[in-house]
Design a protein around this ligand. Structure first.
Ligand SMILES: [Zn+2]
Length: 322
């Protein structure tokens, strides 16, 4: 049973919005494109793992994708958490192509591809740390018996793994196509009941309630100014901005395409790049509209939740983007 689905990460949505809204000549464009490429590869790897885990839907596994919990003053994030009445498993997903050399002594991971070497954070150290903190988090929630196992899952089937100490690697790293087998074997070896059904349910609820999605301000991250973000409704056909609003439709001055809903993406860009709330005045400026009434009609039709006061009413970020 999947209790928490995976959503497109906010950082991917933000990078896509930035690439739409920065001037094409902006010097940061290549950096944001590269960052987006890496994040999309990571997300694709996680989705591949999710598809494999669907095979285990009838195995009494309770699955949580992308969980971020607070312990002490720090958040820790797990790509996937599997809970059963007998054990818990944490998965850290890596979608990295090429040859991966694990240096377990120096705790580093080197990827060799296309004749070049590149260093990565050692994912084994990373999962061991997650396991350690999750154990503490469980203790804090009065659960002290549950065995926890963590794995680094290599989602790209062509990735070659190299290491000096194969035993240690086998304990912590697996290719995705082995994961199914490993989880079933682990289940066979852990048959002693640690959590009653009601306790498992209570713990699951607690995890869902405590999950805190990451917040990120992409303008701060890339050191951009508000003024760098180009306003206006972008033509869904040719990418030209701004479209003009005439008789209830958006019209592109370049390709003449028309759209009834092109403002939806513009408002979404505003929310994820600039601010989680928007006023009539801000929407009017951002969408290049001519009147307060015209803006009111669009915001009202968008069905955003809003504050009650009419004068300085603020409309809120839709939950789908939170
Ligand atoms: Zn156009």
């Amino acid at each position: 049973m999947i209790l928490k689905e995976r959503k497109v990460p906010l950082r991917i949505l933000q990078s896509e919005a930035l690439l739409r809204r920065l001037s094409p000549e902006h010097p940061l464009i290549p950096i944001i494109q590269e960052d987006l490429r890496k994040r999309r590869a990571g997300f694709r790897g996680e989705q591949d793992v999710d598809r494999h885990l669907e095979l285990l839907a009838d195995e009494d596994f309770t699955i949580f994708h992308d969980v971020r919990l607070l312990f002490g003053n720090h958040y820790f994030q797990m790509d996937t958490l599997i809970l059963t009445s007998y054990f818990a498993v944490i998965l850290e997903v890596k979608n990295i192509f090429g040859t991966l050399e694990f240096d377990l002594g120096l705790k580093q991971l080197i990827r060799k591809a296309n004749g070049k070497g590149e260093g990565f954070l050692d994912p084994i150290t990373q999962v061991k740390k997650q396991e350690y903190i999750f154990r503490k988090w469980l203790l804090e929630n009065k659960i002290n018996q549950l065995p926890i196992k963590s794995f680094v899952v290599i989602s790209n089937p062509t990735t070659i793994l190299k290491v000096q100490n194969n035993e240690e690697l086998r304990k912590y790293v697996t290719h995705l196509h082995n994961l199914y087998q490993i989880l079933l074997e682990y289940k066979q070896h852990h048959q002693s009941l640690k959590l009653e059904v009601k306790d498992l349910r209570r713990l699951s609820k607690k995890i869902i309630k405590s999950n805190t999605p990451v917040t990120s301000n992409s303008l701060e991250y890339y050191n951009l100014k508000k003024e760098d973000i180009q306003t206006g409704v972008i033509c869904p056909e040719c990418g030209t901005s701004p479209m003009m609003r005439k008789c209830g439709v958006w019209i592109c001055s370049y390709c003449r395409a028309t759209s009834k809903s092109a403002h939806v993406q513009a408002l979404s860009d505003f929310f994820i790049l600039l601010k989680p709330t928007i006023t009539n005045q801000e929407a009017k400026t951002f969408l290049h509209l001519s009147s307060r009434d015209q803006t009111y009609t669009i915001l009202k039709k968008s069905n955003f939740s809003s504050t009650d006061s009419t004068k300085n009413r603020e409309y809120f970020l839709p939950t789908i983007l939170q």
